[in-house]
Each structure stands twice: as C-alpha cells, then as structure tokens.
Design a protein around this ligand. Sequence first.
Ligand code: PLP
Length: 448
Amino acid sequence: KTASKSEIQQIIADNSDYTFFPWNFQKGWTPVTVAHASGVYLYDYNGKRYIDFSSGLFNVNIGHGQQRVTAAVAKQMQEVAYVVPEQVTRIRGELGKKLADISPGNLKKTLFTVCGASAIENAIKLARIYTGKYKIIGRYRAYHGATYATMSVGGDSSKLAHDAHQAPGFVHVEDPYCYRCPFGQEAGSCQQQCVAHVERVIEFEGPQNIAAIIMEGESGASGCIKYPPGYLLKIRELCNKHNILLIVDEVLSGFGRTGKWFATELHGVVPDIMATSKGITSAYLPLGAITVSEPIAAFFDDKFFPLGLTNVAHPVTCAAALEVLKIYEDDHLIENAAAMGDYILQRVKEMQQHHPCIGDIRFTGLLGCLELVKNRETKAPMAPYDENPEGMKVMIQLGNKLKELGMSTFLRWNFLFIAPPLCITKEEADEGLAIIDEALFLADEYTS
Ligand code: PLP
C-alpha cells in the first residue's frame, strides 16, 4: 500500500487543486496522504506510521479498520440501501430502541440526521416549536457546527467571518473557564459567579422569550473547559425554574469518550434534547441524531412533526451505528476510556514538571487537552484566540514536529488535544506521550 513519489505528488495536487481544505490555508503545507489505517494507527503512502491521538476529529472512537462495521454495512447495502423516511426498516427501529436504552433518564425518541450540525439545527428548531419561544442561549467558547444557526449559537472565533449574517435569536454567556475565570475568581474559593451570570442573562433576555440553553456534554474542541462541580446541575435547575429546555450537545463528548456513554451522566443531569453524531458510527459513515424526552416525544403524538431530511435514518448508516454500539460493549471500550484517561492524565502531570509550556491540563476520560502558555505566572497563551498565521506560528511548528515524529492530532489556538481512540492500550499511550514529550521542548523554547 505504498506509492511512488510522483504518484504521491499527484494525489496531493488532485486534492488541493480540486477540493477545499476546510478550516485551513489552501497552500503552503504538506498534507499526510493516508493510504490505510488500523486501530490507533494511520499509514501514509510512504509506509510511514502515525499514531492517531485525536481519533480523527474526536470521532473514530472504536479505532480504525474495524471490519465488523464493514461487514454490517455491506450486508445492509445488499438488503436495501435506501428507503424514504415514512417507510420503516428493521435496522432503524433497532437503533432507535438501543439509543433509548443507553441514553440518560427519560430520553426516548430519536430523529436521525446526517451530521452534528444538522442534529443541532433540528434541536434548535424543535425547542422553538415545542416551547413557542425563540431565543437560544449558548456559550462563547463552544463549537456546535458550521451551518448558520450552529455557528451563530456557538462562539468559536472561526464564525467571525460570518458575523454580519448571523442567524437571529442567539444570545451568549461566558464559559465557566476556571483557569482564566472571566469573573476574576480562583477555582474552589468562588461563589460560582458563572452560574449567577447565566441567571442574570436569562432575566435580561426575558425567560418568556428563551426556548433553550445549549451546553456541550463536556467541552471539546474549544479547549476541554471542564464544568466546575455542580455547574451543569445548576444550569438544569435554572432551566426548570424558568421553563427553558436544556439541549445538551453530546456530538463530541458522547459514546464513551469521557468514560461514560454520555458526559451528562458525570454531572447527574438529564437534558430535554440530546444531540449526537461522531461516535455514534465512530465516523465509519456520517450520521447525527437528536434524542428527546418522553414529554417532548408525546407532544407530537397528535401533531404534525415539521422536521426532516432526505437521508433521515439512512439504513446503511444505521447499520454502521448499531454495529459500532455493539463494539463499544463487546470490547469494553468505555471502561477502557476511563482507565486510559486516568493513566494518561497522570503521565501528563509528570510531564508538566519538566515542560514550562504546559499551563493547564484538562481531562475527562479520553477527552483531554494541554493548554500551552508562554509563562505560567502570567498565563500568556502560546497562541491568540484567532486565525492569524503569525500568532499561530509556534503551534504550527509544534504540529509539524508532531507529524514528523509520527503523530496525528488536533491543535487549535493554544491547545494540544489528546483524545485517542477508546481502544488504545497502555503501550500505545506511552508511545504517543513520548512523542508529545519530545515535541513540547520546541514550545518550551518560547517560554519565559
Ligand atoms: N457539536 C460539537 C460539540 C462538535 O464538536 C461538532 C464538530 O466538531 C459539531 C457539533 C458539528 O458536527 P459536524 O461537523 O458533524 O456538523
């Protein structure tokens, strides 16, 4: 599975001349040409191996190359590849039932979509229809997708290019970002002004106008900003008090990533609407979903349900999902995520002692990130919160170094993410951590 130098150049040229690289500069860098993948490893056409320390985009949870999924998909394709949404299939019902079984509390009925953003879009629409209200409260440091409504409800700086055309009805609150508390407090000794802040925003915006608050199950690509103890529960209570729905975005944090099926379980919270994607199929095929509480499901028992997509409950993607969910259980991957997350966290804490660039370490199971700083006292970030190439210089160099040493992972702003597939072994974790350890000396040179 290797290719000659000229073939590799052709692959890169075809990709860059005819297809866009999302969220990236289009020229001036060399992509990895992935030839095949297995477990936690990717292999390029030169035969070079890369350990995947971000599970692709936090989605290949079961690891690469699982042929059980290939077989399930092929079987479904042979039986029937597509039916219209009002026709039923065995696989759609089985998957719906399985999701109800593993979802928290009274979450029961699912609408399947095609990706994370389309799940969030539909969650927003549903919340507005069900409550008859229109405002949605989101967080500044949150990512919910790249369509207009999902970009508008998130706060990721990549949305700035579109701000003039934001979808209406979205309001933002500050994150409970304890390492850089927006309220100038020290974690542990504060009165959780982050919660009081959300309540003030609710009062200013008018609870009678607010359909829902959306929170990630556990913060992901925005920097794994962990909820302080009790925070999410207090948000749930605010929602109950003001008759507002709680939408939890488990697109990234769901399906074992945090050591539980869903991250909300760690907080003792049951949302009204849960959005999922990524790990639902471990990215073997694209699929999204919203699973709603029994009262919301019952609300539509005698009403027209005005939501849908051509590829709702696509049988082949449903077959991939059902097999992936079985693999999580058969291979005890969620338990492994919890155990390996603890192990990696300890190892990274040891690394912090000889790497002054590691400012903060935030892990929940195998959803982790290192926040890199130029100075631990001042917490000056290693890169700013924007897409300016000059500011990103050190992080780009660090990414190149990791690649050179044989690692594929996700870097954003001043964050280095550690979120390998849930099947990772201790030996593989050690191999990846040794690469990060070596590469971080490069970032240390920029500290003072
Ligand atoms: N929500 C969260 C928390 C995500 O991390 C993402 C993607 O990274 C999305 C939603 C959007 O998912 P998609 O890219 O499949 O539209």
